[in-house]
Design a protein around this ligand. Structure first.
Ligand code: DI6
Ligand code: FE
Length: 404
């Protein structure tokens, strides 16, 4: 008789499949078949000897949670910006450096000079690091190419990372990230190009969502709107780097387009929060950038809570503002800087992050969802938002397959 489950893992479960709390099942069992969870419950209700029910049985001491979902990264890039980090420590601001042609544009120069193979070779270790610390779904943005061929190169590398590691990669087209030198003084002309490239890249299957940097050193709300209209014409969801350094009404703009998420949101106003609540737009908090830029303006956390706006967490892994290669570390930073509880942080990096990508098939341990889970060497799930560094993941699984 064929086994009922392809695999079973036995241990303490934090299912998160509840409105409050971890959804703890102390002596639990998780079973899967064909990549989906088919049993989640107390071990004693399995109804048989695990060894007879499943082809593979794993005894896990420690806790099992849903795999982490990193819903905002720029991890495909070349080079680094350590020198610029040094300049900031000597007093230059992020905006000063950007205006002087450094910042994002210095990474653009490095990306343009790199071959597709180089770019994959440089970026893959970052994705591997995220995976090793529990993330099996990653969002990866373009935005360091700023011309058709180089934006395409980044998106192709993002897809290649998914194939190489067996993880799920969701791509976002972020050509409206900075103004390339070819369009100096002509941002509207650049937006024309951004809008023209989008359907061509979409036709190649390279775009899952559309993003923009709506900021004084980025693009105006009117320019962002044009990019969003192009996305809408193709039926693509949008998200936005909104209100990171100043309040341009970005969060409300993302909400007006039924955005999946508004990200950063440190300067979002009360009206912005209300618009997000109404549209169901998720707030993606990026404590890595907050930490590295030594920001002091906190996102409107109480307002998000009061209006029931879900708060997701992500690494924002990028060479300028967040050289962060662990989502678990982002959870710790969110607890420290934003006073999230470890439980909020875990939800932020799982359930809410999935929602920020428009995904309902992961982020909790529930029958019928993907068998994406992590076995952690911890005594309690609160430890996931507590330790700085270290190696806690004992096994990282996607669709029932062990990847790390
Ligand atoms: N905001 C960010 O935090 C990243 N992009 C953005 O629009 C930073 C990108 C970089 O500095 O390279
Ligand atoms: Fe970002």
């Amino acid at each position: 008789m064929p086994a009922l489950y392809d695999g079973l893992i036995l241990g303490s479960l934090a299912t998160l499949d509840v409105a409050h709390g971890y959804g703890e099942i102390a002596d639990g069992a998780l079973g899967w078949r064909d990549g989906l969870l088919s049993f989640v419950g107390p071990r004693e209700t399995l109804g048989g000897d695990p060894g007879q029910l499943a082809a593979e049985v794993i005894e896990a001491d420690g806790w099992i949670t849903p795999s982490l979902v990193d819903c905002h990264t720029h991890l495909v890039f070349a080079g680094d910006r350590a020198r610029e980090f040094e300049q900031r420590l000597q007093g230059a601001s992020y905006e000063d450096i950007a205006r002087a042609g450094g910042g994002i544009l210095s990474t653009v120069r490095a990306v343009r000079a790199a071959s597709e193979a180089d770019l994959l070779r440089e970026s893959l270790p970052r994705a591997r690091a995220l995976l090793a610390d529990g993330a099996t779904t990653l969002e990866i943005k373009s935005g360091y190419g700023l011309d058709f061929d180089n934006e395409r190169k980044i998106l192709r590398v993002a897809r290649a990372i998914g194939d190489a590691l067996g993880i799920a990669v969701h791509t976002s087209y972020l050509a409206a990230h900075a103004l390339p030198p070819e369009f100096a003084g002509n941002p509207d002309g650049y937006i024309d190009a951004v809008v023209e490239w989008l359907p061509r890249l979409h036709r190649e299957g390279l775009v899952d969502a559309v993003d923009a940097f709506c900021e004084g050193i980025g693009f105006s709300p009117a320019q962002t709107r044009r990019v969003f209209e192009a996305a809408r014409a193709l039926g693509l969801p949008v998200k936005l780097h909104a209100d990171q350094l100043s309040d341009l009404g970005g969060a409300a703009l993302a909400a007006a387009f039924d955005g999946l998420s508004a990200d950063h949101v440190e300067h979002t106003s009360d009206a912005g929060v209300r618009a997000m609540a109404e549209a169901g737009t998720v707030a993606v908090l990026l404590p890595g950038a907050f930490h590295v830029l030594r920001e002091t303006k906190l996102p409107p956390l109480d307002a998000f809570r009061a209006h029931g706006v879900p708060m997701a967490l992500a690494t924002d892994c990028n060479p300028g503002t967040s050289p962060l290669q662990s989502l678990r570390q982002a959870m710790q930073l969110a607890c420290t800087h934003f006073r999230l509880t470890p439980e909020d942080a875990l939800r932020g990096a799982t359930v809410h992050a999935s929602r920020a990508l428009g995904l309902q098939d992961r982020g909790v341990l529930r029958v019928g969802t993907r068998a994406d889970f992590v076995h952690w060497r911890v005594r309690h799930p609160a430890e996931l938002g507590y330790w700085l560094g270290g190696q806690l993941a004992d096994g990282v699984y996607a669709a029932g397959r062990r990847l790390a």
